[in-house]
Design a protein around this ligand. Structure first.
Ligand code: SF4
Length: 280
């Protein structure tokens, strides 16, 4: 987990996303009553989704500010682990603290919470049933996608992720995985066939243009093989028709971003450059 993972959704939101599509619909619908009705319905549905998300946000914070990172012992020690959290209109799933990397920039180095959600799991990794129960506390009709992300690397929990993904699909939600791309090394097998059909889209954190640059920053337990495995994972996703892309944060600098573009071209998947968004 790092700030940029969740920040991506801010970027997507700021880039227009649904609003942009609505704007196009308006342009094309001039003088066409049918299209106007559809637009009105879509706007109504969007407003309903916004209201439901706001209700969920209030429910999660207990209607007041008590979810803020309180630090120290007190509330933090007594708190419940967070398996599911809502941020910027998206639903995130937090399956584990385990990670094969120890990135310098990882937000969990500094805090147990993220935007008021306590993600450092103190009572063990959740079962799929616990995650599904937490999902059911939300009004799922207000969301379109769930994102496996959280404070660790989700591919440590393949079985749980698959079960939760199946449930999300049953509920009409799509699924995304944010990963460091080392899942096949972690699981000692090619995990891409298992992800296919369960995970609709995969965001692979590239972070650097070479293993030499990656390792000092991301400190994979697999050494420079972690970076190579990440590229192989991306190639396998592409070969298997699983939608995926690399991501890098713009704070690495223009030259490094340009080098990352070249890596992405070589692998044959897109690169998304995201703005670094600091936690509040
Ligand atoms: S890969 Fe692991 S250590 Fe690095 S940012 Fe993500 S969760 Fe943190």
């Amino acid at each position: 987990m790092k700030n940029e993972r969740n920040g991506e959704n801010n970027i997507e939101k700021n880039n227009g996303g649904r609003n942009e599509r609505r704007g196009d619909a308006r342009k094309n619908s001039a003088g066409q009553a049918g299209n106007q009705n559809r637009e009105n319905r879509e706007n109504r549905e969007a407003r309903e989704r916004d209201r439901a998300r706001e209700r969920d946000r209030k429910k999660q914070s207990g209607g007041k500010q008590k979810n803020k990172n309180q630090g120290g012992k007190g509330g933090a020690d007594n708190r419940k682990d967070t398996y599911v959290y809502v941020l910027d209109g998206n639903v995130y799933i937090n399956l584990t603290n385990k990670c094969s990397n120890a990135c310098h920039f990882c937000v969990r180095n500094e805090r147990a919470s993220y935007y008021g959600n306590y993600l450092w799991l103190r009572h063990g990794d959740p079962t799929a049933e616990k995650v599904i129960a937490a999902l059911n506390a939300l009004d799922l009709s207000a969301y379109k996608e769930i994102v496996f992300c959280g404070f660790g690397e989700p591919t440590y929990k393949m079985a749980e992720m698959a079960a939760v993904a199946d449930y999300a699909h049953e509920k009409g939600l799509s699924t995304r995985l944010n990963t460091n791309g080392q899942g096949s090394l972690i699981n000692k097998r090619d995990i891409v066939p298992e992800l296919k059909g369960k995970i609709d889209r995969i965001n692979i954190s590239l972070n650097a243009s070479s293993a030499e640059k990656y390792q000092p920053v991301c400190r994979s337990q697999f050494g420079e093989a972690g970076y190579t495995a990440m590229l192989d994972f991306a190639r396998e996703c592409r070969k298997n028709g699983v939608e995926c892309w690399f991501s890098v944060v713009d704070i690495v600098g223009e030259d490094e971003v340009a080098a990352c573009w070249r890596v992405a071209e070589t692998v044959g998947i897109p690169l998304r450059v995201r703005k670094y968004i600091a936690d509040a």
